[in-house]
Design a protein. Structure first.
Length: 292
């Protein structure tokens, strides 16, 4: 199975540049155009923040562009929610994020998870969105559904996909805004056939392990984070990127990044200082637990 893994397209209703000059629609078009010669794929997967504003227009445009790329290649399109997405609009346009899921979950807050078989591999998308926040959580009910599903192994193995990584670099904003119940996820997949976990959210590439599974975080389509910036700050730069994931090879999972050609590659989109990042963490991170 070969997956074209994208994340953080951040399309909006206007389809043009935002206040920082970032243009999700243009970045996605540029990336897909530069992937013209990538044909041998089974799935196109977007791990969240499909829309920047949660608008139905953004999801409709994303579907049009993604299906337009995938259909001639015989590939299927899969999407998950991210912290910028709106569950109701996502569901109205993209449904579960699968065209014909073999299993699906609908949570009490509208969480949606689904599973499909692709070339003998089970692809499960999960919903880590916490409305109004930047961090992610899967929750006990969704993880319970996942545990039941994983009791039956897939023919070749299982790939999980969701937005918020269960791992983080030594970067405060990543620790604050990543998946907050990663230990519960680890317990749920321990000893199962889950071989790979695909995420986005951090707008840069990271490879790690969670139990027996490889974790891969793909860089963003709309922009990527440059970790050469001063610690405690955040700098985003231009350059649409994606990943090509291959399962079932002797060395698998085999993953490499793909970068679109961009005459403005590496130019700063925005740079947030320490005070700005502290405000982001305070506003979008988990509420501190009182010691009283």
């Amino acid at each position: 199975m070969r997956i074209l893994h994208l994340s953080d397209t951040h399309l909006d209703s206007a389809g043009g540049p935002d206040a920082d000059g970032a243009d999700g629609t243009a970045a996605l078009r540029r990336l897909l155009a530069d992937l013209e010669h990538v044909h041998d794929i089974d799935a196109v997967l977007v791990t969240g923040d499909v829309a920047d504003d949660g608008s139905r227009e953004a999801y409709a445009r994303a579907r049009e562009l993604l299906v337009g790329f995938a259909h001639p290649r015989g590939a299927r399109v899969f999407c998950t929610t991210g912290n910028h997405d709106d569950r109701a609009a996502f569901a109205e346009v993209l449904g579960t994020g699968h065209t014909q899921p073999e299993a699906h979950y609908r949570g009490p807050a509208g969480e949606r998870a689904a599973a499909s078989t692709v070339s003998g591999w089970r692809l499960i998308t999960l919903d880590s969105l916490v409305p109004g926040k930047g961090y992610g959580r899967l929750g006990g009910d969704q993880l319970g559904w996942l545990r039941e599903l994983l009791k039956t192994p897939a023919p070749l193995g299982t790939v999980l996909a969701f937005h918020h990584p269960p791992v983080a670099l030594d970067v405060e904003v990543q620790r604050a805004l990543g998946l907050q119940d990663a230990s519960d996820l680890a317990e749920a997949i321990r000893g199962t056939d889950v071989q790979l976990i695909l995420c986005g959210h951090f707008h840069l590439q990271i490879v790690a392990r969670l139990e027996q599974a490889t974790v891969w975080v793909t860089p963003g389509v709309v922009n990527r984070i440059d970790l050469t910036a001063r610690p405690g700050t955040e700098r985003a730069v231009r350059g649409p990127s994606a990943s090509l994931v291959q399962m079932g090879t002797p060395y698998g999972p085999l993953i490499h990044t793909l970068h679109a050609r961009d005459a403005r590659m590496g130019e700063t989109v925005y740079e947030a200082d320490e005070d700005e990042m502290r405000k982001v963490i305070d506003r979008l991170g988990p509420t501190p637990v009182s010691s009283d």
